[in-house]
Design a protein around this ligand. Structure first.
Ligand code: ADE
Length: 454
């Protein structure tokens, strides 16, 4: 039940621009939505030490401010009466959170995307169970938080390696993206912290392994199975775009399967914040999935994700991406100049969808319009899909991972499972002070991280 709801304008903590959103107070949390009834975009959990007051500093009328340990949130209501009503509701919330939060130091994970009350964690708070995967900057391990026995995936990254490859800013973006996410098809973060040599992201554990592993084992998937996976991916990517983020790294290795067989997109290390209509030009991603405009080093936007989405649909149906070649240069040439050839078994609607997503011209590509994912949802391939049932995970997946118990990791690559668990030693004296200070503030709770992106 919502205690108060309505449109408010809020000043971003990062871009300082004002954005109008629908806000709703439920429990002791303020949720924001693009509009009434849409999916939650972000949340501000109210804590006992917060204060709220009317203010005049926002160059807007009817302003009020919520002060937290880390920043102030500035809001503008439609009238003084409305501003007063919000202030009194939030004051009540603050006093409610004081009484219901007597054990603020204990950790109460609140599900995907929300970070628990401000308790500083360290690796010592976790038992490491197994290695799940490895990336350029470190590894992902299955861990158990000692205090509540909850399982998480802990991503560990070496500060030295991040600094050497200029990835510090990107890592902070990843943390910010993760802490902002509350979505059924996107991996969320629970905690982040650091020690002298490493940074740690504590993420949802998704036990069914990578879609990459499934595809390797099964060769390809039926069209009906691809339809649900792509519908879920479409909602996840659409949500990221609605937050002003381009994902830029869609591929089967970054898609995990949950215990019921639904998918979750992970690894936001390449995600990029762009203002509406803004383009960017960094060349990144994985060769098979790179859009032509990125290859041509042209400015690009979120539409690159719809290109990779088309590549992925083709790959799920056939087992290989459409322009694949062992020689990367030949593959790049094919991405730029070759038209896709479709196997005879593919249905007309899916061929049509793929061809519209793999439009080499980003301006006419499906999804390039202002409604983004909505344009793709309306394609005939998705006819008959109940999008609400998909979002609510009420549509049953065809494949459900077999899991003997909560810590059954047999769906992950054996290569990683064989690795010793733990944290490799790195000499902290090798890190310069600039690198250390670049991570200042990385240890976070959800609301401070939330701000940086809004
Ligand atoms: N959550 C985030 N990354 C993960 C991974 N690689 N395996 C399982 N769960 C995860």
């Amino acid at each position: 039940m919502s205690l108060k709801e309505g449109y408010l304008e809020k000043q971003g903590g990062f871009l300082k621009s004002w954005k109008k959103k629908w806000y709703e107070v439920k429990g002791t949390t303020i949720y924001s939505y693009k509009k009434k009834g849409s999916e939650a975009l972000s949340q501000i959990p109210i804590r006992p030490k917060y204060t709220v007051q009317a203010c005049t500093e926002g160059k807007k009328s009817h302003c009020f401010k919520i002060n937290t340990e880390s920043r102030a949130y500035l809001f503008a209501a439609s009238s003084d009466k409305e501003a007063k009503a919000w202030i009194s509701t939030i004051k009540e919330l603050i006093s409610n959170s004081s009484s219901s939060n007597a054990s603020a130091a204990s950790i109460k994970p609140q599900g995907s995307g929300s970070i628990a009350p401000n308790k500083k964690l360290s690796v010592e708070d976790f038992d490491v169970i197994s290695v799940l995967g490895r990336g350029t900057y470190g590894k992902v391990q299955l861990v158990r938080l000692k205090s509540n026995a909850q399982l998480y995936a802990m991503k560990t990254m070496s500060k030295r390696r991040l600094a050497e490859s200029d990835q510090i800013e990107q890592t902070i973006t990843e943390r910010n993206v993760l802490t902002q996410i509350v979505h059924p098809f996107l991996v969320g973060a629970h905690y982040s912290f650091q020690n002298e040599v490493k940074i740690f992201l504590v993420l949802d554990y998704v036990p069914g392994g990578e879609l990459f592993g499934r595809l390797k084992e099964e060769g390809n998937f039926s069209e009906s199975r691809v339809k649900l996976y792509s519908a879920e991916l479409l909602l996840g990517l659409g949500h990221l775009h609605s937050l002003g983020l381009v994902y830029r790294d869609l591929k089967p290795e970054n898609i995990l399967v949950d215990k019921e067989g639904h998918i979750r997109i992970t690894d936001f290390g390449l995600a990029k914040k762009t203002a509406f209509g803004e383009t960017t030009n960094t060349f990144c991603g994985t060769p098979e999935y790179i859009a032509p405009e990125m290859l041509l080093k042209q400015p690009y936007d979120k539409v690159v994700d719809w290109w990779s989405f088309g590549i992925l649909i083709f790959e799920m149906l056939t087992g290989l991406p459409p322009f694949y070649d062992e020689n990367v240069n030949t593959m790049y040439k094919a991405i730029l100049h070759v038209e896709v050839e479709y196997p005879s078994g593919m249905s007309g609607p899916v061929k049509d969808l793929i061809s519209k997503l793999l439009d080499k011209n980003p301006k006419t590509r499906l999804g390039a319009g202002p409604t983004d994912a909505e344009e793709i949802k309306a394609h005939p391939f998705f006819n008959g899909i109940d999008w609400k049932a998909v979002y609510d995970k009420k549509t049953k997946p065809e494949w459900v991972p077999k899991l003997k118990n909560g810590v059954d990791v047999t769906n992950f690559d054996e290569e990683f499972l064989a690795e010793p668990t733990g944290f490799s030693f790195e000499d902290p004296t090798l890190l310069d002070t600039d690198t250390q200070s670049a991570f200042a503030g990385f240890t976070c709770v959800a609301d401070s991280a939330l701000d940086a992106l809004e």
